[in-house]
Design a protein around this ligand. Structure first.
Ligand code: F55
Length: 795
């Protein structure tokens, strides 16, 4: 808690902001006014540690980490900042004392949804952990005017509407118009005095907006610096006077489009010019800012790696390699070889996916048109690499008239990392086999993590309270201490308390589900949750097919001793991803039929609340009994939702994919519902062209489910609606839904058996929490600091 903060002082600060910042009197203030007043009051308490951290970093001339990411999936800020400052309970008391509903006030804040899914949320967790650990760092990103679209269902189909988080004032950002840089596009390259000079055809100004990110207990704060685009020249008067009105406003149009909207694709890239411009805009502004800050106190750019580490979050900012070379050579006169040496010592690259459709490749035509100087530099990097590391056949960046951003990022980095042990192994062996052979020490692993402040302490107050009661305070910043819960797992009293905490969350969720979906569910049922982006490889389809098989089985024998279940789905599809949208429709159609079936009643319910986001995750995950992590082995790089469920005491039903492997290692095989083929078995199975048919013929439940779908049981208005789905399972089942179905169905029966035995179940659930310490993003960040960034904590 900040020194001297009391309920009275905080109340006075809230009232002062209400009067003098918001200019409202308490009798006429809306919920929004109160939220702004409290946000400013809390924000004031961040400013002191923020100044202190910034000043110390300058005074001690510390190395800074610069995290470059096109996405930051932050969610709400107010409660997170308040809890980290030790002011949350005081804030509640103040607000309730003023006659305002604190929960409603917190929920009035829009989510900052500047990301799609795992990659963006990881960046947000990393920012919080770097602040908690006192690692001097800046996050650089784009200030999208519209974040990830809002999802609604119309007749069970996904409908997207624009997201609008900036319509109300964002109290967490500070505009820094004095920190502005010119970013160019297009044009041509000229030779002047033997030096290549890029003359851009278009320019925009990048203008900074800073958000402080405060760590646990307010001991350190870093900056998230988001760029917005402004026209370099306000208005072309000459063109206007000539009557060319459209052309006169071109600079404004370009500036307005660049940061207009987040690309809503998770794991596929579109190859669009605007996206390339966004990527370069972020990267160029960030690098100019980094060099300016360095040159403020240093002269020798050759020593940049002693003070600067730059991490590229996937290939989206991979243009950082050539842009850094351009700035060092063209602008600062460093020679090319020296620039290469500096760039490669400074840059690191994190890969987040092996999916071929996600690997960025730009046509040389488009690339050379938008970034002509960078195209030249890339050719030079390629020939430098070929010369320095001779190979009989070509391994490099430009191939078949495409610029391959993965290879570019790999070559320009001193370390390349995957995000789980399995994934890093595959990055080495299947994604970059030749480059890894040339650079054997380059690929390393950093298994993902999540911040326990948001994903346990904030979102699960009942469990956080029980943990503190049992092992004392301090675990929030030292999550390995959760191991101290282990001996208590054997005590019936502790297990009862653990179950009671879970039940409190489930009761709360029950009310929320009723409000959101109209479906009444019982907190006595097993809450089985799959929340993540909708993608074929994540196999929500397998989950819904198994749900139908389960429903069918209940109907066959309604009087049997069924464990009641609530199947909860959440997630968005990319707007253009037809197959994913069909799966969404199927889940909603299935829910409608099952929920209305009087034969099954409370034994099975299916709910799919629309618009899954960070704030919804904070409600669903603490109330989950079972975590669905069922991707085709070898496809999910890591997963981070899986870690959040584990922390919150939900055992996993899952495949040996991504970080599931490490979760199972930590928690023990007996506390994990494993099923399905391994990565190697998947590859083997695909060699059989009839794999799906064989699997369907071997499983009566699966045959029945596909038959019901084909007959239109879930789409009586359009009986043939799911013929495409059925046909794909039979004939184009790339993600092996059919082949893993029987094993998944059997694993679900094991879940039921375990749940019937409360002592066994709650031991298992509590064990998941007790063994989740490894998955704190603090551990991950320590790994980056030691093995990639060579930085030390300032604390
Ligand atoms: C977003 C945009 C494009 Cl163009 C490509 C990919 C993405 C993206 O969001 N990828 C992504 O989220 N990858 C996920 O990263 C997580 C964090 O490392 C992993 O846990 C998860 O397995 C992976 O799918």
């Amino acid at each position: 808690m900040p020194p001297g903060a009391t309920v009275d002082s905080l109340r006075a600060e809230v009232l002062r902001h209400l009067s003098f910042t918001i200019a409202k009197d308490p009798g006429h203030a809306s919920l929004h006014d109160w939220r702004m007043a409290l946000s400013y009051a809390i924000r004031d308490h961040i400013v002191t540690p923020w100044y202190a951290s910034t000043r110390r970093t300058w005074d001690e001339d510390r190395k800074r980490v610069y995290y470059l990411s096109m996405e930051y999936l932050i969610g709400r800020v107010l409660e997170d900042a308040a809890i980290n400052l030790g002011l949350r309970d005081m804030a509640r008391e103040v607000i309730e004392g003023l006659g305002v509903d604190f929960n409603a006030l917190v929920e009035d804040e829009p989510d900052a949804a500047l990301g799609n899914g795992g990659l963006g949320r990881l960046a947000a967790c990393f920012m919080e952990s770097m602040a908690t650990l006192g690692c001097p760092a800046y996050g650089y990103g784009l200030r999208y005017e519209h974040g990830l679209f809002r999802q609604r269902f119309e007749g069970g189909r996904q409908v997207e509407t624009p997201e609008d988080w900036l319509v109300t004032t964002n109290p967490w950002e500070f505009d820094r118009p004095e920190s502005a840089y010119t970013v160019g596009f297009k044009g041509h390259v000229e030779s002047r005095d033997g030096r290549d000079v890029w003359v851009p055809g278009e320019t925009v100004t990048a203008s900074a907006h800073d958000t402080p990110v405060v760590g646990w207990q307010g001991r350190w704060a870093n900056t998230l610096r988001l760029w917005s685009a402004k026209p370099t020249t306000l208005f072309d008067l000459e063109r206007f006077n000539r009557g060319d009105y459209a052309a006169a406003t071109e600079p404004e149009q370009l500036a307005r489009t660049i940061c207009r909207v987040l690309y809503p694709d998770d794991t596929t890239y579109a190859g669009k010019e605007l996206r390339l411009k966004q990527e370069f805009f972020l990267t160029s502004a960030a690098l100019q800012d980094i060099l300016r800050r360095y040159c403020y106190t240093h002269k020798d750019l050759g020593r940049l790696p002693e003070r600067v580490a730059i991490q590229m979050n996937d290939t989206h900012p991979a243009i950082a390699g050539p842009e850094l070379i351009r700035l060092l050579t063209d602008k600062h006169g460093v020679d090319f070889d020296a620039a290469m040496d500096v760039a490669r010592k400074v840059l690191g690259f994190t890969n987040h996916t092996l999916l071929p459709e996600a690997l960025e490749r730009w046509s040389t035509y488009l690339f050379g048109n938008v970034l002509p100087r960078h195209m030249q530099i890339i050719e030079r990097i390629d020939s430098w690499h070929r010369r320095t590391y001779p190979r009989p056949h070509f391994v490099g960046i430009v191939k078949h008239h495409e610029v391959r951003m993965g290879e570019l990022a790999f070559i320009m980095s001193h370390k390349v990392n995957g995000v789980s042990a399995l994934h890093s192994k595959l990055v080495k062996s299947s994604l970059f086999p030749e480059l890894s052979a040339l650079h054997p020490d380059r690929v390393v692993n950093q298994t993902n993590g999540v911040t326990p402040r948001r994903w346990l302490n904030l979102c699960n107050r009942p469990l956080a309270g029980l943990i503190t009661e049992t092992i004392g305070d301090g675990w929030q910043a030292d999550l390995d201490r959760l191991h101290e819960l282990e001996p208590h797992v054997e005590e019936a009293g502790f297990r009862d308390a653990f179950a009671a905490a879970k039940r409190a969350n489930k009761v709360a969720l029950t009310g929320w589900i009723k409000d959101r979906t109209g479906v009444v569910v019982s907190p006595d049922a097993l809450f089985d949750v799959q929340v993540k982006r909708i993608h074929e490889y994540k196999r929500q389809l397998m989950n819904v097919l198994q749900t139908i098989a389960h429903w069918h089985a209940i109907r066959q024998d309604p009087q049997a001793d069924w464990v009641p279940r609530v199947k909860i789905f959440g997630g968005k599809s990319a707007p253009g991803y037809f197959v994913a949208k069909e799966i969404i429709h199927l889940i909603n159609d299935t829910a409608r039929v099952i929920n209305a079936d009087p034969v099954v009643g409370d034994r099975l319910k299916v709910v799919y609340p629309a618009n899954y986001n960070v704030s919804m995750a904070e409600k669903l995950i603490p109330a989950a009994d079972l975590s669905e992590q069922i991707s085709t082995a070898g496809k999910e790089a890591s997963g981070t939702g899986n870690m959040k469920f584990m922390m919150n005491g939900a055992p996993t039903i899952g495949t040996l994919d991504g970080a599931n492997v490490e979760i199972r290692e930590q928690v023990g095989a007996e506390n994990f519902f494993l099923f399905g083929m391994t990565t190697e078995q998947v590859a083997e199975r695909r060699k059989d062209p009839d794999h799906a048919r064989h699997a369907i013929e071997a499983s009566q439940p699966l045959q029945d489910v596909l038959q019901m779908l084909a007959e239109g049981r879930f789409s009586p208005d359009h009986p043939d609606r799911y013929h495409g789905v059925v046909d794909r399972v039979w004939h184009h089942d790339y993600f092996l839904v059919a082949s893993d179905f029987a094993a998944y169905h059997a694993a679900q029966a094991e879940v039921d058996a375990a749940y019937r035995d409360p002592a066994r179940w709650w031991r298992m659930a509590a064990f998941n929490t007790a063994r989740s310490g490894f998955f704190s993003s603090d551990r991950t960040i320590r790994g980056y600091m030691q093995e990639i960034w060579s930085t030390e904590s300032a604390l």
